[in-house]
Design a protein. Structure first.
Length: 98
């Protein structure tokens, strides 16, 4: 079996490096997505948690202020209509628990 030239080995190693970097990037994106999902789940849980009404109310108010500037796409804004507007459910939750 013929030995590979140094140039061939370098090319193969560079390709392996590109492949590993791509895998690492994919892992990092998956980790980032997982963190966002879990953080979002925590926020939604705290919004629905009646144990600390004051915290839930302040969190809802903060989201109502921050989300409109953070969300840029109409499709995304529609997902959070209930948090960005005074809907009857939100108004009842805020005034009924104070």
């Amino acid at each position: 079996m013929a030995r590979k030239s140094i140039e061939q080995r370098i090319v193969e190693l560079e390709e392996q490096k590109r492949s590993l970097k791509a895998r690492l990037g994919k892992q990092e994106r998956a980790r980032d997505t997982r963190r966002k999902v879990l953080l979002g789940a925590l926020v939604l849980h705290r919004l629905e948690d009646d144990k600390d009404e004051e915290f839930s109310r302040r969190l809802r108010e903060w989201l109502k202020r921050e989300l409109p500037g953070f969300l840029t796409r109409d499709m995304d804004k529609a997902l959070f209509d209930d948090l960005m507007q005074d809907t009857p459910a939100n108004a009842g939750r805020q005034t009924g628990n104070e």
